[in-house]
Design a protein around this ligand. Structure first.
Ligand code: NAD
Ligand code: ZN
Ligand code: ZN
Length: 391
């Protein structure tokens, strides 16, 4: 079959690879009808995520049709149309029972690698390095879905692929980011990053009662989409973000700050961001934490900083003194996707949100390498690419 394969930093190609097979009674195989490129995939493309190997198949935002089932998957049948969470979770361990699906303790066969790097191991993820399980991703014609009795949910005919697909990741991620922001009715929420995750964080924060959203980016079409979603905006290439946020909140600062940028934050000449870039390039640090610093400095006393943006290792000069003295709460994590799929599908069916608003570039799988680069470089107005491996 055809699949998008990682060959090294900056090098992804569509190759012929072996088709997946059922390996365990809880597996399913799906024929991938739609898959998307995520901002997290850019961290793989750009070589930030450790323990990638040449030959790895990428892709963790997937949906498709069930074509084979292991004997223990009784809730699905051949031909079902399903969307698949990017987190692989058993549904039955101590963490899964608490709803902490991305902390599942049974789905990372390479847990030892993760424990060395992070103290404990998160769940396995599709197409996201060996440290996080070494599972094949779904930017491919077919995908093996482990724990298929727990993860995938059926999609009703009334919901299109473009509406359902983002239940695999970015809609739950934006929603959990907003929940983690601990929003009280009328609160002011600042969102750094108007990529797909930021867009869903903005709309979710409004659904959860925010009174005012201030969205920050520098890409005009992304800022425009944020405005269409109900946010006011700041272009970080034009003004000092901290000063502007204090000005707009009369010196108090936003109640909640959401970092939907993560480890590749740009700094537009800010000294700390230049130092981050040099350190990351020379392996003195792994993450560029400019936005996290700015969020901590900008947030009001006693406020909450929510971090859906992905960080992979070590970051420098995080203002721990500000965090402590201001009494901030920091909440973060890979999304507990399985917790959100059904409730958010219900919101789509109720017409509260149509997630397809974010799609700018429908494409084929063969276009993937070009689309990765366009998405990374923010060329051609790309905000979200959806690929159809079977046309
Ligand atoms: P993206 O790359 O499309 O968006 C990032 C945006 O941040 C871009 O529009 C960029 O212009 C903007 N940006 C860069 N520097 C900035 C700065 N200094 N201030 C403000 N904006 C800045 O990616 P995405 O798909 O929206 O994902 C965003 C982040 O969320 C990534 O780190 C991704 O890995 C992460 N993510 C996390 C989860 C999770 O489970 N927690 C799931 C999906 C994605
Ligand atoms: Zn993702
Ligand atoms: Zn589990």
């Amino acid at each position: 079959m055809r699949a998008l394969v990682w060959h090294g930093k900056g090098d992804v190609r569509v190759d012929n690879v072996a088709e997946p097979e059922i390996q365990h009674p809880r597996d399913a195989i799906i024929k991938v009808t739609a898959c998307a490129i995520c901002g997290s995939d850019l961290h793989l493309l750009d070589g930030y995520q450790p323990t990638m190997e040449s030959g790895d198949i990428l892709g963790h935002e997937n949906m498709g049709e069930v074509v084979a089932l292991g004997s223990e998957v009784t809730n699905l049948k051949i031909g079902d149309r399903v969307v698949v969470p990017f987190t692989i979770s058993c549904g039955d361990c101590w963490f899964c029972r608490k709803g902490l699906f991305s902390a599942c303790e049974r789905t990372n066969p390479n847990a030892e690698m993760a424990i060395k790097a992070m103290g404990h191991s998160p769940a396995g993820l599709f197409g996201f390095s060996h440290m996080l399980g070494g599972y094949c991703g779904g930017q491919a014609e077919y995908l093996r879905v482990p724990m298929a009795d727990i993860g995938p949910i059926k999609v009703p005919d009334s919901v299109s692929d473009e509406q359902a697909l983002f239940l695999s990741d970015i809609f739950p991620t934006g929603y959990m980011a907003a929940e983690n922001a601990q929003i009280e009715p009328g609160d002011t929420v600042a969102v750094w990053g108007c990529g797909p995750v930021g867009q869903f964080a903005i709309r979710s924060a409004l659904m959860l009662g925010a009174g005012r959203i201030i969205a920050i980016d520098k890409v005009p079409e992304r800022l425009a989409m944020a405005e269409a979603g109900g946010a006011e905006t700041i272009d970080f290439s034009q003004v000092d973000v901290y000063d502007e946020l204090q000005f707009r909140t009369k010196g108090r600062g936003p109640d909640s700050c959401i970092d939907a940028v993560g480890c590749e934050a740009a700094g537009h000449g800010a000294v700390d961001a230049v130092v981050d870039k040099v350190k990351a390039a020379t392996f003195l640090a792994t993450d560029r934490v400019h936005v996290l610093r700015q969020a901590i400095m900008s947030c009001r006393m006693g406020g909450t900083v929510s971090v859906p943006g992905v960080y992979v290792g070590m970051g420098d000069k995080i203002p721990i003194g500000a965090m402590m003295n201001k009494g901030l709460t920091i909440k973060s994590g890979q999304t507990h996707v399985q917790r959100y799929t059904k409730p958010l599908l219900a919101r789509i069916e109720a017409g509260d949100i149509d997630p397809s608003f974010v799609v700018t570039h429908p494409a084929s799988l063969e276009d993937a390498p070009e689309m990765y680069k366009k998405f990374r470089d923010k060329e051609d107005g790309v905000i979200k690419v959806v690929m159809r491996p079977h046309g």
